[in-house]
Design a protein around this ligand. Structure first.
Ligand SMILES: *Cc1c(COP(=O)(O)O)cnc(C)c1O
Length: 386
């Protein structure tokens, strides 16, 4: 792409940023550089590429692309979302304290509480939608504030700019997991966050055919550190997966817009249905996070959680859907529907699930790109069997 990518619109950047035509052939698409090493021209002279754990042109194109979309300084791509989160946490040292949203992705909770606590890190799990609770949790040792917004499956919304102020007043870094909504609708770095995390597995790749993760940073010292850890630990995204995510990103804007139009329509449909007790979707005006979401993002996404009251009702619905797929994960072209209590959140103790509101009748749907009328008809006929 010629000129300053920051001046172009989102879709133009998604299609072109980081992706100049291949210098050898003019190939429009960034090739999959499937190589482990690079020949030196002569001793002491190379083309900037030495060994593929450290530099790979396909991965670099992806990293630049996502960094541009998030309006950050640099991106670093990893073998999974969890590998990206592991790298982020190397910003901390033994004895440091981390303030964390209580409702984060289950793998994040497991990594922090069952692995990192063994290394002398301390975590405070708080309701980050409550700014007083964030402020009260901050200590002299707090190095990192870690939030996810919206959360899974309770769709809690945290005020990113307000939490950034609190973190910075205490000299801490704010990291935001932006996986659920994508930079099409929400760009945490523009609201004051220092690092954005994505599981590219979800909306960024968007086709349910790759596992990956990325960190985008706004400060040079964090970017340099992530490059150093990426090279030292080696949990890099492969050239083929980098290619797949780049391919997915080209349609991110059109996909997200459609995901959202359908998401909103399905949320309204469910909200008006007699068999549905309660719908959680940040785009419904009675959602407690509606006002903050409307202020800090340009969309509400495609994830909806709703309560059918009992396990049996949830099972009847899930067993009778024909278009939607009963599966974990989200953000793909296909509509994926799941039962958090027995699937994604099965490892959370039942009392804790109850406390978080993840009861036996709760269902979570990631609305895909099928025809809206087919999705509504699928819900209508399965709900009728309850
Ligand atoms: C899936 C997910 C992750 C973990 O990503 P993987 O690619 O599965 O390792 C982290 N955060 C959120 C919000 C996720 O949905």
């Amino acid at each position: 792409m010629k000129g300053d990518p920051k001046k172009s619109g989102f879709s133009t950047r998604a299609i072109h940023a980081g992706q100049s035509p291949d210098p050898t052939t003019g190939s429009v698409t960034v090739p999959i550089y499937q190589t482990s090493t690079y020949v030196h021209d002569e001793l002491g002279q190379h083309k900037g590429y030495e060994y593929a754990r450290v530099q790979n042109p396909t991965r670099e194109a992806l990293e630049q692309n996502v960094a541009t979309l998030e309006n950050g300084l640099a991106g670093h791509a990893f073998a999974s979302g969890m590998a990206a989160i592991s790298t982020l946490l190397t910003l901390t040292r033994t004895g440091d304290h981390v303030v964390c949203s209580q409702n984060v992705y289950g793998g994040t909770y497991r990594f922090f509480s069952q692995i990192l606590e063994r290394y002398g890190l301390r975590f405070s799990w708080i309701d980050s939608t409550n700014l007083d609770a964030v402020e009260a949790a901050m200590t002299e040792e707090t190095r990192l504030v870690y939030i996810e917004t919206p959360t899974n499956p309770m769709m809690e919304i945290t005020d990113i700019a307000a939490v950034a102020d609190i973190a910075h007043e205490h000299g801490a870094v704010l990291a935001v997991d932006n996986t659920f909504i994508s930079p099409r609708f929400q760009r945490p770095l523009e609201l004051g966050a220092d690092v954005v995390i994505h599981s590219t597995t979800k909306f960024l790749n968007g086709h349910s055919d790759s596992i990956g993760g990325i960190l985008v940073s706004s400060r040079a010292k964090d970017a340099d550190w992530f490059a150093f850890v990426q090279k030292s630990v080696g949990a890099i995204l492969s050239p083929f997966d980098s290619f797949l995510v780049l391919r997915g990103l080209k349609t991110l804007a059109v996909r997200m817009d459609r995901h959202e139009t359908s998401g909103r329509a399905i949320a309204e449909f469910l909200n008006g249905h007699a068999k549905v007790k309660h719908v959680l979707y940040p785009g419904l005006p009675d959602h407690p996070g509606y006002e903050v979401q409307s202020r800090q993002a340009t969309g509400y996404g495609a994830l909806i959680t709703f309560d059918l009251g009992t396990y049996d009702a949830a099972k009847t619905l899930l067993d009778n859907l024909e278009v939607m797929s009963l599966a974990e994960s989200l953000g793909g072209v296909e509509t994926l529907i799941s039962h958090p209590a027995s699937m994604t959140h099965a490892s959370v103790p039942p009392e804790k699930r109850e406390e978080l509101g993840i009861t036996e009748g709760v269902v979570r749907v990631s609305v895909g790109l099928e025809d809206l009328q087919d999705l509504v008809a699928d819900f209508e006929s399965a709900l009728a069997k309850i």
